[in-house]
Write a protein that binds this ligand. Structure first.
Ligand SMILES: [Zn+2]
Length: 384
């Protein structure tokens, strides 16, 4: 009895000491681990700050191997891979994250967004589209829709572009009506090419309704009506445009002049151009006026107009046009002088994108250089 009791008295403190030692040992091990993970992490960060990305990646891979559950490290590694153009590796890291069952909702959304960016940067648009569509209903939704719209525009998928802009419009992400009018015009052009003018007309009328001030829809609709043998309706369409969007008039002038020959409204158009020219002396308006004076037999001399234009604007284009009919003293040199002037003035009759500076001989509704809509002014380079 006595013997047993002394053992218990001795055993209790011993057990306590052993337990305490065990707990100390665990704690120290834990602390060691904790210390090791941030160390590799900081090493990687240090390399990053010194722009030594190779070493940074090695350090992050080491850290991830030591602690495969570290979400933040995976994100850092994935972003590094993407920035270096190693899209396969970036995709693998983000797909690995997404495959983990223990990932929270916020991190899952983040990984999905990162994966979409990997595909976008890699130019894998179909994969990017899939990944972006999964971001609906997440905090990345608005960003994802902008990227989706860019994909649909680049692949000329106008009906999808319509759908996504409608969603953006409904979510108050901006006013997309001008862009939607372009999508409808593109769809209409497709219908016209396939010979379906009826559907094209419906789409263009919808475009006019969507963005009443958009020049393109009315100009395309006027062309369609002209093809359909309705020059009067076509011309009325353009006269309406001249009221609603005066700045776009120069773009409509060539078609207007063409239509006056079929509709008999020449004088009305002439008066309008004269009146607008006084407000905005543009080369295209001048060309229209000269053409109408000739066709209406108004008896005026086109060369007088070029001189009048030169009084308003120091225009090389107008000077070249005036000179082309001038009888010079040394006539034998005239063709050379004329050729030199034409050569020099040619770049001035181009249109230039206001967003990226891309120049083109024809007017574009969407810049082929930077894909911006309506970035080409209605006036030519010389008049900018
Ligand atoms: Zn551009």
């Amino acid at each position: 009895m006595e013997f047993d009791l002394s053992w218990i008295l001795l055993g209790l403190p011993l057990a306590f000491v052993l337990g305490w030692l065990a707990s100390r040992f665990d704690l120290r091990q834990l602390r060691d681990e904790n210390r090791r993970a941030p160390k590799a992490y900081f090493k990687g960060l240090n390399y990053l700050l010194n722009e030594q990305q190779d070493q940074a990646i090695d350090a992050f891979i080491e850290a991830v191997q030591n602690d495969p559950d570290t979400t933040e490290l995976h994100f850092a590694l994935g972003n590094l891979f993407r920035r270096r153009g190693e899209y396969n590796r970036a995709v693998r890291v983000h797909e690995h994250l997404l495959s983990r069952g223990d990932l929270g909702r916020a991190d899952r959304d983040r990984a999905q967004h990162a994966l979409a960016l990997d595909f976008l940067k890699a130019g894998l648009l179909d994969h990017a589209e899939d990944a972006l569509l999964r971001l609906e209903g997440t905090p990345f939704e608005a960003q994802a829709r902008v990227a989706l719209l860019a994909i649909y525009e680049r692949s000329r998928d106008w009906s999808q572009a319509m759908t996504i802009t409608q969603k953006m419009q409904d979510a108050h992400q901006g006013d997309f009506s001008a862009r939607q009018a372009h999508f409808l015009c593109e769809q209409a052009l497709g219908c016209s090419r396939q010979g379906n003018e009826g559907e094209a007309q419906k789409l263009l009328e919808q475009a006019v309704q969507t963005a009443p001030q958009a020049a393109r829809a009315r100009i395309e609709l006027a062309r369609l009506k002209q093809r359909g043998g309705k020059p009067q309706e076509a011309l009325d369409m353009l006269l309406e445009l001249a009221e609603l969007a005066p700045a776009s008039l120069p773009l409509a002038v060539p078609l207007m002049v063409e239509l006056t020959g079929q509709s008999g409204d020449g004088r009305k158009v002439y008066d309008l151009l004269r009146q607008r020219y006084d407000l905005m002396p543009s080369l295209d308006l001048m060309d229209g006026i000269v053409a109408l004076e000739t066709s209406l037999g108004l008896g005026a001399n086109s060369r007088e107009w070029y001189v009048r234009h030169l009084e308003h604007e120091p225009s090389l284009v107008a000077a070249a046009k005036w000179l082309s009919d001038e009888r010079l003293e040394n006539e034998e040199f005239h063709p050379q002088v004329q050729r030199a002037l034409d050569q020099a003035s040619k770049p001035l009759t181009r249109y230039r994108c206001a967003a990226c500076g891309f120049e083109a001989r024809q007017h574009f509704w969407q810049c082929p250089g930077c894909q911006t809509w309506d970035s080409y002014p209605a006036r030519r380079v010389e008049e900018l």
